[in-house]
Design a protein around this ligand. Structure first.
Ligand code: ATR
Length: 415
C-alpha cells in the first residue's frame, strides 16, 4: 500500500505549509491542474491561485505543470503562468516527473508533486521517488465518466492510505510542544498521521469541533483555555476528567466525542513508585493541580496539603476530598513530606520560585517541578542544595502525550 501513500494529505493546496517544505530543502513544485489547483475545467488560473504561486515564488520555489490532459488545455491554462509544462504526461509513469527534475537540475528530495488522484498523481510520484501532497479534488460533478469511475475505486484505497488526522486546540497555541511530541511518536512507530495546531478564537470552539468531526479526525488534544469549556460539547466524559472538570484528550468514534484527562496520570507515571500512604505537599492551585490531586488520590496517597497564594483556590480543590487540605502559601514549610510538587507558574512569571527556601526538607523527599524551562529550575535547585532528588516536568509532558496516543491508537508502545 506504500506505493499509493502520499507523503502529505491536505484539504486543499492553500493548507500546505510551504515554509516547512522549504525548510526540508524542497525547491521544485510539480503540479497537476484540474481539481488540484483549480476546479475541473477552469480555463485560466484564478486570482487566488496566482497569488499562491507568487507567495511560493517569494519563498524560492520553481514550478512545473504535469498533466495527462492535451496540449490545447495545458498551453491555454499556462499562458499567463509561463511555467515549464508537460501535457499528456502519462502519469503514473515516472518519466515526465523525472524530466521536470532534469529541467531544473533538482534532486528527487528537492521536489514535491501536488495532485488529487491516487492512481495517477501519487502513484507516479512514488514510482519517481519524490514527495507528494494529495489534496481533496475541488469539484467532482463535471468530471469525465472514466475519472469518476476511477474515483470510486480510489475511495476504497483512500481510507487505508490517508493519514490519520489529529491536533491540539488552544489559544495561544504557537508555543505548544504537542505537535513535535506526537510527530516523534508517529516517526518512531511508523504511523501515517498528521498532528497540527488549531487556535480557535473566543466563541469559535464549537466551529472547530464540527470541523474535526466532519473531516475524519481521529481525535484531538485540548489545552488552555478550553479544557473545561470543551466538556459541554462531548458525548461522554471519563469519570476522572469529569471530577476535575478538565479534558485534555478527545477521541472521535463515529462522530461521537469521548473526553479524557491524561495530565494527572502523566504525572503519576513519572513518580513510578508505590504512593500508598505517602504525604504530599503541592505548591499552587492553578490549572494543573486538580488533575494531579485526583490522580494522587486515585493512587491511595495518605494526605495532600495544597499551598496557594490565593488560599480560596486551594480550598475549592481540597473540599472535594477527605484527605486533602488547603493552606495559605505563606504558611508553607518543607518539613515532613514524602513528595513535594511545585505546580505554580511563579518562576515563569517572576523569575523567582514561589518560596525562597526549602529548609527542614528531608533528603528523602522527592521534589518535582511541573515546569521544564530551564531544565533545572530555581525551585529544583533549592531542593538539590538540600540534598534532595529533583525532577522537572518534561517527563510529565511526554507521559500525558503517550497516554493520549494510547487513547487514539490503542496499545502501541513508543520506544
Ligand atoms: P491559572 O491560575 O490561570 O490556572 P496556572 O498557570 O495554571 O494559571 O496557575 C498558576 C499558579 O501559580 C497559581 O496557583 C498561582 O497562584 P494564585 O492562584 O494565587 O494566582 C501561582 N502563582 C503565579 N504567580 C505566583 C507568584 N508570584 N507567587 C505565588 N504563586 C504564584
Amino acid at each position: 500500500m506504500k506505493i499509493l501513500t502520499p507523503t502529505y494529505y491536505e484539504d486543499n493546496i492553500f493548507n500546505i505549509n510551504l515554509e516547512d517544505l522549504r525548510n526540508q530543502g524542497v525547491r521544485l513544485i510539480l503540479t497537476d491542474i484540474d481539481n488540484t489547483i483549480v476546479p475541473y475545467g477552469t480555463p485560466v488560473p484564478t486570482a487566488k491561485i496566482l497569488s499562491w504561486f507568487n507567495k511560493a515564488k517569494e519563498l524560492g520555489f520553481d514550478f512545473c505543470i504535469l498533466s495527462n490532459n492535451d496540449e490545447e488545455r495545458i498551453s491555454s491554462f499556462n499562458k499567463e503562468l509561463g511555467f515549464y509544462a508537460i501535457h499528456k504526461a502519462n502519469k503514473p509513469l515516472p518519466f515526465s516527473y523525472l524530466k521536470c527534475l532534469k529541467q531544473y537540475n533538482a534532486k528527487k528530495e528537492e521536489a514535491v508533486f501536488l495532485g488529487d488522484q491516487l492512481f495517477t498523481d501519487i502513484l507516479g510520484a512514488n514510482v519517481a521517488g519524490i514527495k507528494s501532497v494529495l489534496v481533496k479534488p475541488i469539484r467532482l460533478d463535471n468530471e469525465s465518466k472514466f475519472i469518476s469511475f476511477k474515483r470510486k475505486i480510489e475511495l476504497k484505497f483512500l481510507d487505508k492510505v490517508k493519514p490519520k488526522r489529529l491536533g491540539v486546540i488552544g489559544n495561544p497555541i504557537k508555543h505548544s510542544l504537542s505537535p513535535l511530541l506526537h510527530k516523534s511518536f508517529y516517526n518512531n512507530l511508523g504511523i501515517n498521521a498528521v498532528y497540527k495546531r488549531y487556535c480557535p478564537k473566543e466563541n469559535e470552539l464549537e466551529k472547530y469541533i464540527e470541523y474535526f468531526k466532519n473531516n475524519g479526525f481521529l481525535g484531538f488534544n485540548v489545552t488552555v483555555p478550553y479544557k473545561s469549556e470543551i466538556i459541554k460539547y462531548l458525548d461522554e466524559v471519563d469519570i476522572n476528567a469529569l471530577k476535575i472538570n478538565s479534558v485534555n484528550t478527545v477521541k472521535i468514534i463515529n462522530g461521537k466525542l469521548f473526553g479524557y484527562s491524561t495530565d494527572g496520570e502523566g504525572f503519576i507515571k513519572q513518580l513510578n513508585c508505590d504512593l500508598t500512604g505517602k504525604i504530599v505537599k503541592i505548591l499552587g492551585a492553578g490549572g494543573a493541580t486538580p488533575a494531579i490531586v485526583q490522580s494522587l488520590v486515585n493512587n491511595n496517597v495518605g494526605s495532600i496539603i495544597i499551598y496557594n497564594r490565593t488560599f480560596e483556590k486551594a480550598q475549592v480543590i481540597a473540599e472535594n476530598y477527605d484527605n486533602v487540605v488547603a493552606m495559605p502559601l505563606k504558611d508553607f514549610t518543607a518539613e515532613c513530606c514524602d513528595i513535594l510538587i511545585n505546580a505554580t507558574s511563579c518562576e515563569h512569571i517572576t523569575g523567582e520560585p514561589p518560596v525562597d527556601n526549602l529548609k527542614g526538607i528531608s533528603e528523602n523527599t522527592l521534589v518535582y517541578d511541573i515546569n521544564y524551562k530551564p531544565k533545572t529550575t530555581k525551585f529544583m535547585q533549592l531542593a538539590i542544595d538540600e540534598g534532595c532528588m529533583a525532577y522537572n516536568g518534561l517527563e510529565m509532558l511526554v507521559n500525558q502525550g503517550l497516554l493520549a496516543h494510547k487513547i487514539w491508537f490503542g496499545k502501541e508502545e513508543v520506544k
